[in-house]
Write a protein that binds this ligand. Structure first.
Ligand code: IDP
Ligand code: MG
Length: 150
């Protein structure tokens, strides 16, 4: 099993999509093993988006992600990183396929409602920024035998 980091961004929270996004993750058969609402400060935003430091949109990205509360999650499942990226859809919601979260719920690349880690390494790094060890819960979910053949 693999873990990935998912976040409902400030626009997702403000537009009332916490439940919608959590629900899509649950319905897929993924397991939520950590979840909290928080406000991201500038330092954490800069760390989280460090790979984009030199990009022209970096400042507006930091402003966006610190503009209101977010809901952060650790999500577990087989190939969770790539499965969740496909649920989320392309970065630009205008190009994201219908049926994906961004394809269904957003219009603008600077307001794309959700974040998901893009690799196993990013997931480890991002989970480490937002969650301490005791905030991630190891538990058995009763439906696992129905979600996975083995
Ligand atoms: P991702 O969120 O799909 O992984 P990244 O390329 O990692 O996309 O970019 C991080 C975030 O930065 C995007 O989700 C989006 O909010 C923002 N972003 C990316 N490219 C642009 C852009 O060209 N203009 C404005 N914001 C952008
Ligand atoms: Mg990214």
């Amino acid at each position: 099993m693999e873990r990935t980091f998912v976040m409902v961004k400030p626009d997702g929270v403000q537009r009332g999509f916490i439940g919608e996004i959590v629900s899509r993750i649950e319905r897929k058969g993924l397991k939520i093993v950590g979840m909290k609402m928080l406000s991201i400060d500038e330092g954490v935003a800069e760390r989280h988006y460090a790979e984009h430091r030199e990009k022209p949109f970096f400042r507006s990205l930091v402003d966006y992600i610190t503009s209101g509360p977010v809901v952060a999650m650790v999500v577990e499942g087989r190939d969770a990183v790539s499965v969740v990226r496909r649920l989320v859809g392309k970065t630009d919601p205008a190009e994201a396929d219908p049926g994906t979260i961004r394809g269904d719920l957003a219009m603008d690349i600077g307001r794309n409602v959700v974040h998901a880690s893009d690799s196993h390494e990013s997931a480890k790094r991002e989970i480490g920024i937002f969650f301490s060890r005791d905030e991630i819960i190891d538990y058995r979910k009763f439906d696992e035998g129905w979600v996975y053949e083995q």
